[in-house]
Design a protein around this ligand. Structure first.
Ligand code: FES
Length: 147
């Protein structure tokens, strides 16, 4: 997909708008699946920001990814309530299990399932509560077997 063809209309729609950076970044990621590094100069120029400012915001928010995701994205909750019931061990298990996998692992900070953690989300559509490493492996095996 041509980055400039996607960027142009998004930047044109927000060029004169105060506080447009976050809406622009969301739209770029929604359209491209990530925010390519070569998009940063154009975003900065259009919004009269420095490249460092744009990069800083992208780096600050866990939601934004700078590289394309795999076929599936699994988000493990790293917020306090989930951490208190095994979320940290689950996240470590997930890091080990997904090393080299086409399933991308990302952190998320609360999925609204705090009372029944650890929680995780698959592809922005499926929430899972009371997650264990064994259940995690079953979900990942199913995702990896999909063509
Ligand atoms: S803290 Fe994990 S779902 Fe809220």
């Amino acid at each position: 997909m041509d980055t400039n063809a996607i960027l142009g209309p998004i930047l044109d729609a927000h060029r004169e708008e105060q506080g447009a950076l976050l809406p622009v970044l969301h739209q770029v990621q929604d359209a491209l699946g990530h925010i390519p590094p070569d998009a940063i100069p154009a975003i900065a120029a259009a919004l009269n920001l420095s490249r460092a400012e744009v990069h800083g915001v992208i780096s600050y928010y866990h939601h934004f990814r700078q590289e394309p995701a795999g076929r599936h994205v699994v988000r493990v909750c790293c917020a306090e309530a989930c951490q208190a019931v095994g979320g940290e061990a689950l996240a470590e298990h997930a890091r080990t299990r997904l090393a080299g996998s086409e399933v991308t692992l990302e952190p998320v900070y609360c999925l609204g399932l705090c009372a029944c953690g650890p929680a995780l989300q698959v592809d922005e559509t499926h929430l899972h509560a009371a997650m264990t490493p064994v259940k995690f492996d079953v979900i990942v095996a199913r995702l990896e077997s999909e063509s």
